[in-house]
Design a protein around this ligand. Structure first.
Ligand SMILES: C[S@@+](CC[C@H](N)C(=O)[O-])C[C@H]1O[C@@H](n2cnc3c(N)ncnc32)[C@H](O)[C@@H]1O
Length: 240
């Protein structure tokens, strides 16, 4: 685990100590994302959920008959996902250096914003592309830069999960979202870097992928997300 985003995966209380509260605090629709992917892949697809979190989407893909595998850098979240998807293969990996291959489809939802350096972003997109079989499909959900910047107005949001009171406040500085969280009395700060459309399409092209669809996020309550479908070349040579 070497990348900064993988370190956040191992530190952020949401992904570690309070991983069990994740699904209570993040309640956006699972069904829309799952339906969007399911309608675009073949039956019983070999499908990697890259940055699977608690496995809420992966479990729904498995229930639809797909052969799901789980990847995440957070041991606590990956363990939850594994419990939810019995029999699914798990990969405790840093997506910036993962070497996975042969998938019909890779889904990566709400993950690439966590990669804030150019090197991490290029490495992660490259690793996702390399994980596809020739002709395989990559499904992304990322934050769009302009809309994310407008949303980051410094308003404090408070939610509760059981005994936990969670607050977060997001501001924009130097091209990054600065997120200040509090878990009860415990503070945690991290940064995210949303995606300009041009950077996204350029990095996907550099990784050998063809963008087929790029539009508003699916199943998101806020308007700052993009849904992207990109395909690996049907004649691409397989990596390793
Ligand atoms: C906002 S959560 C999204 C989880 C899930 N995809 C969902 O939509 O509910 C981001 C996830 O990405 C994972 N992640 C972030 N950086 C990563 C990295 N470098 N390698 C592997 N996983 C990473 C985190 O551990 C976390 O599970």
């Amino acid at each position: 685990m070497t990348s900064a985003s993988a370190r956040v995966s191992n530190e952020r209380p949401f992904y570690r100590r309070h991983a069990d509260a994740y699904d209570e605090l993040v309640t956006d629709s699972v069904e829309s994302w799952v339906a969007a992917v399911h309608s675009r892949v073949s039956p019983r697809a070999r499908l990697l959920d890259a940055g699977c979190g608690t496995g809420r989407h992966a479990a729904a893909f498995a229930a639809l008959g797909h052969r799901v595998e789980l990847a995440d850098a957070s041991p606590a979240l990956l363990a939850q996902a594994a419990r939810r998807c019995p029999g699914a293969r798990t990969h405790l990996v840093d997506l910036c250096s993962a070497r996975l291959a042969g998938f019909d489809a890779v889904t990566c939802r709400g993950v690439l914003n966590d990669m804030i350096t150019d090197a991490e972003r290029a490495a992660a997109v490259g690793a996702l592309a390399a994980a596809l079989r020739p002709g395989g499909a990559l499904f992304l959900d990322v934050r769009e830069e302009g809309a994310a910047r407008r949303r980051a107005d410094g308003t404090e949001h408070t939610r509760t999960a059981g005994a936990l009171t969670f607050t977060s406040r997001t501001t924009w500085r130097d091209g990054l979202l600065h997120v200040a969280e509090r878990y009860g009395d415990v503070p945690y700060e991290f940064r995210m870097r949303p995606w300009p459309v041009t950077e996204l399409t350029e990095r996907l092209a550099a990784a050998g992928l063809r963008v087929a669809e790029l539009g508003p996020g699916v199943g998101r309550r806020t308007p700052d997300r993009l849904f992207v479908v990109a395909y690996s070349s049907p004649t691409r040579m397989q990596n390793g």
